[in-house]
Design a protein around this ligand. Structure first.
Ligand code: GDP
Ligand code: GDP
Length: 456
């Protein structure tokens, strides 16, 4: 059983060979000290999750793998919280909310010896809103004398309370049976987000004639003949394994690159569909641009497609052999003007014809993938946000000053952040935060998303 660091419930596992299976995900939710970590330890069968008597331990949500009766699943301990001047409830709710959203089923843990508190009621509202299958765990029922306490929890409206002693193991079998009923056998698979393992998947995209097939031939090391080139026939997209920089890479959908697209009506539309399909399958996009020509609107549109698909991005300026001093000058101006939104993308200046700088392609792709998979621990992120907000508070609007209460990275590939704030954060301020996040943590070659949730 392998524990993952941090929290990224894409829930994918590299199974044997190339198969990627998404395991169902159970989020364990409850206020501090009800015994979530103890319970998670019980479920995964070892003592690993941090158990502390008092609230205030800063730790991240953690994902573990577990199995019961031969079925594998993932358990997310949403126990991370931080004491904040505005109260612990907001933080608990924030972690729980994200955990619930990304889970297939929820285990709600209540301390039966205490009963339901206001915080419990708030969490129940969140769970109801998410509409996920829920199992109610009445914890700390160490013996028959506390069983009656558990029965009171029927009143929460979450169905049968399962009396459990996480500490001693009492009742945990019945609880896990109920969890198995709540979890789907086969959770929905998300193709483009399959886990790392196996060759990294690269989409080589760009408008017609920028040099995609020339580049592909160059990196594949030989001229290849396009077969089955009958007009009007469509073939399934074909992926190609290519050795580069000592590693194997999967260039996806290369049939679409190698087949000559004739400029007939609708060709643009099909080119765009093909780009989407390649992006869907890829982890990183190499966007090829013809540097010898003025940047076209189609170039920026293709870059936007890659960014919106949430892929790592490398921009390769091709036909560098054709550039003179003057074109180079104008190219830089065009990039400054039209590509500011992807300043973070690594850039390589290549020539598919002469082979110039081909060796720079792989390091650029690797840098972009690294940024794409970067995870910032919650404690570190909040230390950073705390300093940032203290030095540069949000401007006062209508007599009020929105404050960032807490932030967390909800996922990677690409990095996704959620900020909980006391009021609406203006677009300019969000851009400022993104810029500072990039300065602090890198994120070279990856789009990042920041969403803000307002808490009263
Ligand atoms: P969390 O904050 O919800 O993750 O709670 P912890 O797992 O850290 O547990 C908080 C405290 O409750 C610890 O002192 C545990 O030993 C204790 N605890 C957890 N489960 C039980 C239980 O079933 N019975 C009793 N008596 N104590 C428990
Ligand atoms: P695709 O439509 O994007 O696959 O583009 P192709 O690979 O078919 O290339 C279009 C044209 O540009 C062909 O005539 C290529 O020979 C030419 N070309 C591609 N790369 C380069 C390059 O680096 N330098 C020069 N001078 N020509 C290139």
């Amino acid at each position: 059983l392998a524990a993952e660091e941090g929290f990224d419930v894409d829930g994918f596992d590299a199974a044997d060979g190339e198969e990627h299976v998404r395991l169902p995900v159970l989020a364990v939710v409850g206020r501090p000290n009800v015994g979530k970590s103890t319970l998670v330890n019980r479920i995964i069968g070892r003592r690993e999750a941090v158990v502390e008597d008092k609230p205030g331990v800063t730790r991240d949500r953690v994902t573990y793998e577990a199995s019961w009766n031969g079925r594998r699943f993932k358990v997310v301990d949403t126990g991370g919280w931080e004491i904040d001047v505005l109260g612990i409830d907001a933080m608990v709710a924030a972690q729980a909310e994200l955990g619930i959203e990304q889970a297939d089923a929820v285990m709600f843990v209540v301390d039966a010896t205490v009963g339901a508190t206001d915080t419990d009621e708030a969490l129940i509202k969140l769970i109801r809103r998410a509409g996920k299958p829920t199992v109610l765990c009445a914890n700390k029922v160490d013996g028959p004398s506390t069983e009656a306490e558990a029965a009171y929890l029927w009143s929460l409206g979450l169905g049968e309370p399962y009396p459990v002693s996480a500490l001693h193991g009492r009742g945990s079998g019945d609880l896990l049976d109920a969890v198995m009923d709540a979890l789907p056998e086969a959770p929905p698979q998300t193709f483009g987000d399959a886990a790392p393992g196996g060759p990294r998947r690269v989409a080589l995209i760009g408008r017609p004639n920028v040099g995609k097939s020339s580049l592909l031939n160059k990196v594949a090391g030989e001229e290849r003949v396009v077969v089955n080139e009958l007009a009007g026939t469509t073939r399934d997209p074909v992926d190609e394994m290519i050795e580069l920089g000592g590693k194997t890479w999967k260039f996806v959908d290369t049939a679409g690159i190698r087949r000559r697209v004739h400029l007939t009506a609708g060709a643009d539309f099909y080119a765009s569909l093909r780009t989407s399909a390649a992006l869907e399958k890829a982890e990183v996009a190499v966007v090829l641009i013809d540097a010898s020509e003025t940047l076209a609107e189609q170039d920026t549109r293709i870059i936007s497609m890659a960014v919106e698909a949430g892929r790592a991005v490398v921009i390769a300026y091709n036909k560098w052999d054709q550039l003179d001093e003057e074109r180079r000058y104008y190219l830089e101006r065009e990039i400054e003007r039209d590509l500011v939104q992807v300043q973070w993308a690594p850039r390589v200046n290549v020539s598919a014809k002469t082979g110039r700088h081909m060796e720079k392609l792989v390091p650029a792709i690797e840098t972009a993938l690294e940024g794409w998979e970067t995870r910032i621990p919650t404690a570190r992120l909040n230390a950073f946000l705390g300093e940032l907000v203290a030095a540069h508070p949000h401007p006062i609007r209508g007599g009020k000053q929105p404050r960032i209460l807490f932030g967390t990275q909800a996922g990677t590939r690409p990095p996704r952040f959620v900020l909980f704030a006391s009021g609406f954060l203006e677009a300019g301020y969000r851009r400022f935060i993104e810029r500072r996040l990039r300065e602090e943590f890198g994120f070279v070659g990856t789009p990042i998303s920041i969403s803000v949730r307002v808490r009263e």
